[in-house]
Design a binder for this molecule. Sequence first.
Ligand code: KG4
Ligand code: ZN
Length: 336
Amino acid sequence: MIILGLETSCDETSAAVVNDDYQIRSNIVCSQLDHARFGGVVPELASRAHVKAIVPTVVEALEAARVRLTDLDGIAVTRGPGLSGSLVVGLSAAKAMAVALRRPMVGVHHMEGHIFSILLEEEVAFPLLVLLVSGGHTELVRCPRMGSYQLLGRTRDDAAGEAFDKVAKILNLLPERGTVMGGRVISQLAETGRADAISFPRGMSGDDSLDFSFSGLKTAVFNHVRNLDAAELKRTIQDIAASFQEAVVDVLTKRTLQAMERTGIKSVAVAGGVAANKSLRQRLESQVAAAGGTFHCPSLALCTDNAAMIAAAGLFHLSEGRSSSLDLEVAPRLDL
Ligand code: KG4
Ligand code: ZN
């Protein structure tokens, strides 16, 4: 089977071709350039940029994979969650191709796509425990087998990636041009900072649920920065970034280990944009190993949004005989 995947849930237009055995033939990600200067993704700008980019991105993905449209066996597309005006561009393109080519189409949950980003590269044992950390989600998911998901815990307020993005804004680090990847900038700064310089709060640490909370941490950073003058901020900005990152990594790792202990699951993975964080990857790897588990994380290019992961999830559903009807609608809010 050769599957074309489309992903347009936020501010990247992506198209990819994936083969049987989850082999990636191409994975093109076209980032939109102008959101950072507005301090966040502007939905109306995002959907207009998707309209412009979707056809050239699909053409580029097909060319890079050396396949023709008629070689495709099916089309997979993100149906939610995400920005409705952005999702609708990908879904409409998928429907148009499904009709024109007379091929099946399947709508994929964006976070299921992130889980498949792990399966694209490695053999993974089930049951699998997945820490899903992105700009919109922070969840611990038990996965007894491919395609089956049980939510163990979730954030009660901000997602981990959202906290990174908001702190980048508080520290005035978002670039004039570029995507809103606050986490990337913070993690670079953090490399030369002291992680124990400031003791920021660890949300919900006394709670025995597997939920998360990051809004108190964000407020603590805001209050800390508000009391500094420009020179002090400049002098200590690396320490603030490193101490903030340390608080996030600490909470995410502790909850993952608690979930391992409670479920008895030894096969553990992290996925989503925040999984690109070096400190988080290293901490999880060492702590999961120390607890007798096996740890998996996607390569960096597959952590942030991309269509290969959507094609992979679509390949799984289509090969099991599940497709979507052509009246499928986008689902901006959708549970896994
Ligand atoms: O999965 P993703 O590309 O989009 C969503 O589904 O939301 O995740 C994007 C998020 C952003 O919040 C971004 O700041 C964060 O992932 N991120 C990182 C890093 N790279 C991207 N967070 C921490 N460290 C990084 N290196
Ligand atoms: Zn994502």
